[in-house]
Write a protein that binds this ligand. Structure first.
Ligand SMILES: [Cu+2]
Length: 303
């Protein structure tokens, strides 16, 4: 019955991939950029101009030694656009529907790079953590708050004191629901945390000079870290005192800056004019609704 089991596993992985969220939009210092829409962007011709690495795979990375721990798998096309932000400004990642079951830390990281992004080896980059959210005093996990309170959007602040230049920004949700074991119906999936990350291309301006020490992916997380396993299903009000974040501590800017708010502008997802953009947004809306329905189904069965 090898054939049957591999088909079942394949179907499960396809449904898993469809059931997972992705970042369809990024608001950075009040400019709204398209993210990487897994349903539309791979098929655009000419290729879409994006600040995100392309891909289309939204299944988890589960091997912490994998080179894909840095910026997910595929990473093609490389970003052909770069987001312009001032040090001290905010970046918001707009997710499609995420899963309530997939609880765990949400983080953002930055790594400086030089030269052409096409030549960047993401595994050589040194990432420092700029933002992190885990579980609050009431036992509510970051993903649940993101879904219930901020409309599937998660915000990080660019440290005010960092050196201007080009950076890869890595945003990640870790799902710990299978970190201690799978549940009935999901035995074919490995036991362990699941990592969902996307990387973006940024140009930071400002007068800072800080170059925080960073860590490489893979390597930033160790299998024996306490934060690699946690019982997210039985949250109690004291869980926040027991969860230990993964990797190094968040880098904190030595000072803050007062920025004049920029006017909100929106970057065209197609570059093809208002009509092309309108049909893009319509297609995106339809797919986000379909993806939301799949997620609701998985949430209902605890997947
Ligand atoms: Cu999953």
């Amino acid at each position: 019955m090898k054939f049957i089991s591999s088909v079942v596993a394949l179907l499960a992985s396809v449904r898993q991939a469809l059931g997972h969220g992705y970042i369809y939009r990024v608001t950075a210092d009040n400019t709204i950029y398209p993210g990487w829409d897994v349903a539309i962007d791979p098929w655009l011709s000419p290729p879409a101009s994006r600040i995100a690495y392309g891909g289309g795979i939204v299944g988890p990375i589960i091997n912490i030694s994998s080179p894909n721990m840095a910026c997910n798998m595929g990473r093609s096309p490389v970003p052909s656009a770069i987001a312009q932000v001032r040090a001290g400004s905010n970046i918001s990642f707009h997710w499609s529907h995420w899963l309530y079951s997939h609880k765990g830390p949400i983080t953002a990281w930055m790594a400086p790079y030089s030269g052409d992004i096409a030549n960047v080896n993401v595994n050589e980059l040194e990432f420092f953590k700029i933002a992190e959210d885990t579980v609050d005093a009431a036992g509510v996990w970051a993903n649940v708050r993101m879904m219930n309170r901020t409309n599937n959007t998660w915000t990080a602040t660019i440290p005010a004191d960092i050196k201007p230049g080009k950076y890869i920004i890595r945003h990640e949700i870790v799902a710990l629901h299978f970190s201690l074991g799978t549940v009935p119906g999901w035995e074919m999936l490995p036991v362990g945390p699941q990592f969902y990350m996307t990387c973006f291309n940024f140009q930071v301006t400002g007068g800072g000079d800080a170059s925080p020490e960073g860590v490489k992916f893979p390597g930033a997380y160790r299998a024996d870290e306490p934060g690699m396993r946690f019982d997210v299903r039985n949250a109690s009000t004291s869980v926040d005192k027991r969860y230990t974040p993964l990797g190094p501590a968040v880098y904190k800017s030595r000072y803050s800056v007062e920025l004049t708010p920029k006017e909100v502008t929106m970057v065209s997802p197609t570059g093809g004019g208002a009509e092309a953009d309108a049909s893009y947004y319509q297609a995106q809306k339809v797919f986000l609704e379909q993806q939301g329905a799949i997620v609701a189904y998985f949430d209902s069965i605890g997947g």
